[in-house]
Design a protein around this ligand. Structure first.
Ligand SMILES: Cc1cc2nc3c(=O)[nH]c(=O)nc-3n(C[C@H](O)[C@H](O)[C@H](O)COP(=O)(O)O)c2cc1C
Length: 184
């Protein structure tokens, strides 16, 4: 199974990158593909710019990762209640490659913050929007107070949060099994 997992952040020490990779590792010996969104920085999307320069190559490369994936895991950084600029810009360009941007792929959507709200606003935005772009949301998870609840070697350390996380992972696995058995 191929998992495409990344933190939707341009922070080089992104807590969301850590969360996305941690979640990806819960799926046994899957082939994990990841990206650093800094490698997908493009001119700010505008219709005028698209007409001038066409769609930049990183947007197409991103879509290739989506196409190859059996499961997409994104963990969102929340900036002022919404997507980080770097993710929003990539999403805008990618949606010009294919409005069905997520191609019916199962998705685990997460968001982590250092504060108490667990970046739920950006998570809600993605959960509401991605089905319009053919994202098949198999699970969602919000993590608050990252530095209190996550340890670099041990993963999620708060018992209640770990149980909630494990339930989400189990549900995603179930949905992947259903999709797989429907396909054969
Ligand atoms: C411009 C800016 C806006 C932010 N807005 C929010 C916010 O609305 N909600 C929130 O929980 N954290 C906010 N934060 C803090 C981020 O959640 C925090 O930086 C977190 O580490 C982001 O995840 P990352 O490490 O994956 O980038 C903001 C940070 C910046 C720099």
């Amino acid at each position: 199974m191929k998992i495409f997992a990344f933190g939707a952040s341009s922070n080089r020490n992104s807590i969301n990158q850590k969360m996305a990779l941690y979640a990806a590792k819960q799926f046994g010996d899957a082939d994990i593909q990841t990206i650093d969104l800094n490698d997908f920085e493009m001119p700010l999307y505008s219709i005028d710019r698209e007409q001038q320069i066409g769609i930049p190559k990183p947007a197409q490369i991103f879509m290739n990762y989506v196409q190859d994936a059996d499961l997409i895991i994104i963990s969102f950084a929340e900036h002022n209640g919404s997507y980080s600029s770097i993710f929003k810009n990539l999403f805008d360009w990618a949606s010009r490659v294919n409005i069905k941007t997520f191609m019916g792929k199962p998705m685990l959507l997460m968001a982590a913050s250092t504060g108490r709200r667990g970046a739920i606003s950006v998570l809600e935005a993605a959960v509401n929007r991605f089905p319009i772009h053919d994202g098949r949301i198999a699970g969602t998870f919000s993590m608050s107070e990252f530095h209190k609840n996550f340890h670099v070697d041990e993963g999620i350390i708060g018992q209640e949060m770990k149980e909630r996380f494990d339930q989400v992972i189990d549900e995603v696995k179930k949905q992947l099994n259903t999709i797989h058995s429907d396909a054969v």
